[in-house]
Ligand binder design. Sequence first.
Ligand code: GLY
Length: 315
Amino acid sequence: MAAVIVHAGAYDIPDHEADPLREGCKKAAQEAHKALTEGKSAVDAGKMPYSRCPLVTSVELAVCVLEDHPLMDAGHGSVLNAAGEVEMDAIITDGSSLNFGSVAGVRNISHPISLARMVMDDTPHVMLIGVGANLFAKEKGVPEVDPDELVTAEAKEAYQTFKQYSSVVDNVFNIDNHLGHDTVGAVAIDLCGNIAAGTSTGGISLKRVGRVGDCPLIGCGAIADSGVGGISCTGHGESIAKVLLAQRSLSTLQAKNGIDAEGALSESLGYMLDRVGGRGGAIMVTKEGCVARHYTTKGMAWASVSKTGQLDSGI
Ligand code: GLY
């Protein structure tokens, strides 16, 4: 009953970005599902240096595909902070052990999700930030990329557009004026019923240097508990953190006895909008292997491969 769902961020998606985003999501979901169902090791899957846990690897693999997509706000394509630089956050979580690893404010690497996984697998810690995270990457032999390699024309344009607002992040990003790009994520369940989730982001255009949003915080950007489900979130990070969006969605699902996964997401996203005025989206896989998504923005690119092997996608 392996199933995967991925997203490429909840925001007001312009028409010309719809198809490439959808295709990118489909590719990520299909590659992850293939790796899952074939139980392939990371090495076999052709991308990762790891051969551990095909489930976590499939989530990592999906997020890596999304991080490589230039229209998505993660890895290559990350938006720019107030200094015009890329600072990225990521989290990966294993619902069988509740273990997780995350990184915040990392620079000059292509795949923050893989670094988050190394934090989870190879350290006694759950989160590394900034200089320390980059030092750890160096120690692990993660290749450094030129900062300019991560910066796309779209990210530069968003930077210039948002600069014109000359307003704080909240006014630019939040409420009804949800412009820009936002975050990628994946959730998967394997043939044994274990669940993993991952989320990666460049954050918000013009964010203050050093600003960290929801993404690397457990229960905010992502969560997984194989006894209940797994979630990856996107949207206004400060709002998501205030309402613990991923944890709230999981608790609501549990209270509903696992029935109505989309209802659980709708309830928690509705709460976020009512309570703190923040918009966003989320994807979920339940312990029964059902996939669901919901968003309160104008759009969210997503794709899933269901437990029956059906590929779906949307914006
Ligand atoms: N949701 C991504 C961020 O706000 O950083």
